[in-house]
Each structure stands twice: as structure tokens, then as C-alpha cells.
Design a protein around this ligand. Structure first.
Ligand SMILES: Cc1cc2nc3c(=O)[nH]c(=O)nc-3n(C[C@H](O)[C@H](O)[C@H](O)COP(=O)(O)OP(=O)(O)OC[C@H]3O[C@@H](n4cnc5c(N)ncnc54)[C@H](O)[C@@H]3O)c2cc1C
Length: 272
């Protein structure tokens, strides 16, 4: 299938992109194109204008200050996987990136594109909610900083305005003693998650997040209470209470949480 006709724009600055998005009606931002273009090819979306962000050099760099790193919006999954940009999460971001789709998708797909697409089965929404990341945005009205937990509003729905786009993603450096575990349950490598569990272990306790369970990533407070010794019968009850899932789905999520927790409990603590 081929997409419907559209006009292609390739601004070289973020300000030009913001002006185009404000001026043009029915315009969409294009980043890696790994979600938008298949949707357009299937004619599920037919925007009249595409505003490609990938020629804006400033959006592919990173900046670091104090305990925070800000990745430019068009940082690709591959750049995170290969650590072409620094990782301050003791390996969580590279590991997550390496599990996204196939290499060809990771070469083009972007961090901010995945957050803006807001697929609850995708890696970045859950990971970035778990690490309490924030996006920085731009429109002709100015800039905003939006925590990822507030950005994600529902299935493929975000708090971004129509003419607003993400310029960067801010991630706070992990404390040295933080350990993590990540488990993606998928039918085969390269597919979206059926369950995606992230466990963060800190001296004051565990924080657990789950993707692919609801319309947005969710935190699991009941499950956190049994995270110290994660036996499956306890996890099944707790995960059921946290997610509202039953039967096969509950089993799937409980097992992925257990595997993420076990990975975190057995992780060596190293300085980041
Ligand atoms: C076969 C296949 C398998 C995949 N498997 C996985 C997987 O296992 N896990 C996973 O997480 N993902 C997977 N993906 C999706 C992939 O990660 C995409 O790269 C990602 O979802 C979107 O990023 P993108 O840069 O390609 O965005 P695009 O496709 O260019 O855009 C997606 C949406 O985000 C908007 N957008 C893009 N950038 C911005 C921005 N900076 N500001 C505001 N809006 C923006 C666009 O307007 C569009 O609505 C898969 C894709 C394919 C085709």
C-alpha cells in the first residue's frame, strides 16, 4: 500500500518546525517514520503535511548538567543501544533499546517518536515513566516541561497540543545503589510486548512498573509490597489487584514482574 499524497517539509531549525506546525493545517511531525509511515501506508492516517525533524541537528545531540541528561528528540533507539549517547541508568536504557523491534527499526526509530506515539506495549513509555523522565516541548507559544507520567493520557493519546512537538527527553542519573530489572514478554524477538515489567530496587524499597497491561504504563503498589521475596502465588494476587487482569493475562504479567524482580535482585551494583 502507498500513502495518500502529502507535502513534505524539512526545516533545519526547531523554530522553523514550530512555525510550520502552527501555520499548516493537518500537519504531522515525522521522526523515524517507523510508526507513522506504516499507519499512512495502511491509510489509517492521511495528513496533508509532514514536518520532518531529522534535519534539525540540535535535536540529535544530548546535553548533561548536574544529575540530568537530556537526549535530543531524534536520538534513535540504536544510538541508545550502542551508547553513542551516554547512559546514566547503569545499563537500563541500552538494554531496553536493544529489545525494540529489529535493527532496521532501531536505526531509524526515535526516543521521542515512541513517546509521542504512546503505544502502551512499546518500551519507552513504560521505561521513561518508571525512571520519571520528562519531555521538553516547543510550539509557537513557547516551551514546556512535561513529566512522562503526565504526558501519556491513554492509547495513542498524549498531552501534546496539535502544533507542539518534543525537543528532548530528560532522564535523571540513577543513584549508585539503584538496581534494575527489565522483562519483556513477547511471542518472538522483534515483536511488541505482551507484558513489559520494570523493577527498580533502591535502599528504601522497590518500585514496579508494567506496560502492555492497560492504556498507559501503570505502577504496581500492591506488588511492590511483596517484592522482597517474589513468590508466584503472592505475585498473582498482587498483580491481579494492581492491574485488574485475570486468568492468562494475570499469569503473564505476574511472571514478567517476577523475572524483572529476580533480575534486579541479582544485579551487581556499579557506579554510573
Ligand atoms: C515491525 C515493527 C516492530 C516494532 N517493534 C517495536 C517494539 O518491539 N517496541 C517498541 O517500543 N517499538 C516498536 N516499534 C515502533 C518503533 O519503535 C517506532 O520507531 C516508534 O514507535 C516511533 O518512533 P519514530 O521515530 O519512528 O516516530 P514516527 O513514526 O516518525 O512518528 C510516530 C508518531 O509520533 C509523532 N512524533 C514523532 N516525533 C515526535 C516529536 N519529536 N514530537 C511530537 N510528536 C512526534 C508523529 O507525528 C507520529 O504521530 C516497531 C515498529 C515496527 C514497524
Amino acid at each position: 500500500m502507498k500513502p495518500a499524497d502529502f507535502t513534505y517539509h524539512r526545516p533545519s531549525t526547531a523554530e522553523q518546525a514550530a512555525s510550520l506546525l502552527a501555520e499548516l493545517s493537518d500537519a504531522k511531525v515525522l521522526a523515524g517514520g517507523q510508526s507513522l509511515l506504516p499507519i499512512m501506508n495502511m491509510r489509517l492516517a492521511s495528513p496533508e503535511h509532514l514536518v520532518d525533524l531529522t534535519a534539525i541537528r540540535g535535536l540529535r545531540t544530548f546535553t548533561e548538567a548536574d544529575d540530568q541528561i537530556r537526549y535530543g528528540a531524534t536520538t534513535t533507539h540504536m544510538m541508545l543501544e550502542e551508547q553513542l549517547v551516554p547512559d546514566r541508568t547503569n545499563g537500563l536504557l541500552p538494554r531496553a533499546a536493544s529489545g525494540i523491534g529489529y535493527r532496521a527499526i532501531r536505526n531509524r526509530g526515535t526516543l521521542a517518536g515512541s513517546l509521542a506515539h504512546a503505544d502502551s506495549s512499546a518500551e519507552w513509555p513504560t521505561i521513561m515513566a518508571a525512571v520519571d523522565a520528562a519531555v521538553h516541548t516547543l510550539s509557537v507559544r513557547g516551551t514546556r516541561r512535561i513529566p512522562v507520567r503526565d504526558l501519556l493520557r491513554g492509547f495513542f493519546t498524549t498531552a501534546l497540543d496539535e502544533d507542539e512537538f518534543i525537543t528532548g527527553v530528560e532522564v535523571t542519573r540513577f543513584a549508585p545503589e539503584t538496581r534494575w530489572g527489565l522483562y519483556k514478554m513477547a511471542r518472538k524477538p522483534g515483536e511488541f510486548a505482551e507484558s513489559l515489567a520494570v523493577a527498580l530496587l533502591r535502599p528504601d524499597g522497590a518500585e514496579l512498573w508494567l506496560g502492555a497491561a492497560r492504556d498507559v504504563p501503570i505502577r504496581l503498589p500492591n506488588t511492590e509490597a511483596v517484592a522482597e521475596s517474589p513468590e508466584l502465588p503472592d505475585l498473582l494476587d498482587a498483580v491481579g489487584a494492581d492491574t485488574g487482569s485475570e486468568g492468562h493475562q494475570r499469569q503473564l504479567h505476574a511472571v514478567s514482574v517476577q523475572r524483572a524482580l529476580n533480575a534486579a535482585h541479582h544485579q551487581e551494583v556499579t557506579r554510573v
